[in-house]
Each structure stands twice: as structure tokens, then as C-alpha cells.
Ligand binder design. Sequence first.
Ligand SMILES: Nc1nc2c(ncn2[C@@H]2O[C@H](COP(=O)(O)OP(=O)(O)O)[C@@H](O)[C@H]2O)c(=O)[nH]1
Ligand SMILES: [Mg+2]
Length: 422
Amino acid sequence: MNSTAKGDRPHIAVFGRRNVGKSSLINKLTNQNLALVSSQPGTTTDPVYKAMELLPIGPVMMIDTAGIDDQGELGEMRIKKTKEILRKTDLALLVISASQGIGRFEEELIKDFKAKDIAYIIVINKIEMLKNKKEINLLKDKINKFTAEKNLIIIEASAEEKIGIKKIRDALAKKMPEDLSYDTIMGDLFDPGDVVVLVTPIDSAAPKGRLILPQVQTIRDILDNDGTALVTKKAEVSSEIDKLQKKPKIVVTDSQAFEKVSEAVAEDILMTGFSVLFARYKGDLNTFVQGAKAMEQLKAGDKVLVAEACTHRRQQDDIGTVKIPNWVHSKISSEIEFDHVSGREFPENLKDYDVILHCGSCMLNRKEVLSRLKEAENAGVPVINYGIGIAWLHGILDRALKPFPEALKLWQQDQEKIIGVV
Ligand SMILES: Nc1nc2c(ncn2[C@@H]2O[C@H](COP(=O)(O)OP(=O)(O)O)[C@@H](O)[C@H]2O)c(=O)[nH]1
Ligand SMILES: [Mg+2]
């Protein structure tokens, strides 16, 4: 279970003031002593991520955060980091201490939850510090007034005395949003019993001794949906298809090999790229198709922001920094400017750009990708990702989108002739 990809686990983040018992509760929820607990306020500084099995949900990513009431310059930085976590939070657990109750810190956080549409649960920890039911009910009333939330779950708990731990687990399962990710990579593109052909390049860029994660995930997804995966290389794809008694339903190829594979696969067989499948699985296909259209409309003097979520070693022919800029320069205008950022935040000046070219987001969960898309939308800037960018770059977006009729229609609307790479 530890191999469930980081970006595919639901992210549960624990928020609250310093010392309310966030880290203690995480330890109890998971039966592990992995978070730092101390009576010293501010012990948890940077957010702590822990992939774990949390029954009855299954594999999750638990995030322990610093207190939202932290002080001083360092404290402010920690609060900022905590707030960044909101972007990738699928479900929040807001911990308050029975002795402190609820106040302006919680108010601000709840406002953030609402603004970002994040489901949350409130835990009153250190419940043993309240003397009687009356005190507890008083606090609960106050919380209910405060949040004005119809179906709010409030749980009385004590990490110290192991009260309410199972209730928290069950509540998390109950509140976990269902549409966390597009629920299948390609299970909706074929029927049980169909053969899906996967074309994976085994070249110098392939990792030694294994397949890359998207390929492995796709194979698993095909099996989960009762299909058969035929994995082959570019050179063999045509002869392998000929050997089959029944035509494959769809061929998925590494996008760099798309043109070659496209020639080898008859037009009546659907075909797309891994990067297109993942653009949908991890983001929003239609948004990226709009981005591709915006890319085609670029003109001299326009600016493109290349945004990568993580820092990685760039290959010589890096798609975001070399290939796409070169292509745009040679086909459209050499006077299109490219800026590059990497990391978890978009720059403030998004509005200065005409298009954002975003990485494949393999390290981000879908929630975070979608909140980035939302940010770009608010700034009025179209976004294309590397996946759709690669397909477009190779002039094969039409064929690659054929399995996705809605996106294809959007792409072909008022479409001028698509210019392929020479
Ligand atoms: N009385 C009582 N103390 C608790 C409880 N949970 C945690 N604590 C204590 O509160 C302090 C802060 O706990 P910690 O988990 O580090 O809080 P965090 O800063 O919110 O992560 C520690 O001394 C814990 O032992 C509880 O349910 N009851
Ligand atoms: Mg802590």
C-alpha cells in the first residue's frame, strides 16, 4: 500500500492552534509515534507528511501542520506554510482545545475552508478538561453558531485518554469527498474483455530495470477494469496488433513516439498518449485544450509562463524550457517571451502572462492541480500542460483527443489548420 502514488492518496490535513494536540491525535489515529509531540508550543514547524493506511478509508496522506496562532517572524512563515497546505487538502481536521475553545484563529481558518470548498471536521481535544456535559454542550453550541454549518461533525476527543479516536476515523471516512480524482485513468475508454495496447519506449531516458509510474498505473487501471494490457515497443506495435484475433480497442503510446505509432496503427483503432490520459486524470482536459488554442494564438510580444511544481534535473531537450519554446519561436514568432518558475506557488503577477504552460504535475494531487487552474482562471490566463503541449507540439492533438469527444469538439471549434512539427 505504500506504493500508492503520493499524488493519488487523499490528503487529510490537521489544523489548529499550537499545543491543542494535533500531533498527539495523529499519533493515536495511526497508532504510530511519527509526529513530534511536546508541551513546548511550536514543536511542529514545517508541515509533516506521512503516507499511511487509515482505516476505514485506506491509503491516505496525513499532514501535520504548525499552529495557526504562531508568533514572531518565524511564526508567520510557518503560518504561511500551513496555509499553503490548504491548496492540496481534500479533507481538513480542525482541532481545538477544550480549555481554549474557539476564537479568531479558527474563524479565519473556517473562512479559508469555505472559500476553497474544503470539507472539514472539528475535534474538541483534551475533552477530559471539561467538567461536565453542560460545559461540553455550551462549547458545541458556540462552535455551531460560529461555523453556521448544517452538517458539521463535532467530535469530543482526548489523545491523552484515547477518547473519540475511532469516531474521528469514521467521521473522516464519512466526510471524504468522493470526486477526489478522476476515478479511472482509462477504464471508461474500453469494455471488459477488450485489449489495450501500450507502447512504451525503452530508450536511454527509460529508468533502469523498471517502467515509469504512469505506465505502471495505467496497466493496473486496465486490469482493474477487466481489460487486457499488451505492452510493447514502438517497433513491434504493428506486428503485435496483426497477431491479435480481435482488434485492440485503443492504443496508448508514449507521446514522443506518437507520430511513428500513429502510422503503424490503423485509423479505426483509437489512439492516445499517456500524457493525455494523465492530463485528464490529474487535471482538466478541457481547460488544457483551451490552453492549446491560446498557445496557437500567441503573437510577437506575448509572454508565456512555464510553471513546474517540482525541481528536477532538466534533460538537454527539456520539453518546457527547450522544445516548446523553440517550436513556438520558429513557428509563430521569435519575439515570444518565456519565463520559468518552479515550486509550489504561482508568482503574484499571473496577469502579465498570455498563457501558462504547466508541468504534468506528477507530484501534485488532483485537488492542488485544480486549485492552480482556478487561480489561473481567476487571473484570466489560459493554461496548457505538458501532456497536451506534447500532443500539440507533435501535431497529433486531433487523433489523441478522439477518445474524448467533448474535448475534441472544443479543440476543433473555430480551428484553423493545425500546424505539425516538421
Ligand atoms: N490533557 C491533555 N493533554 C493533551 C491531550 N492531547 C495532547 N495533549 C498534550 O498537549 C501538548 C501538546 O500536544 P501536541 O500534540 O504537541 O500539540 P500540537 O502542537 O497541536 O501538535 C502535549 O504536552 C500533549 O501531551 C489531551 O487529550 N489531553
Ligand atoms: Mg504539533
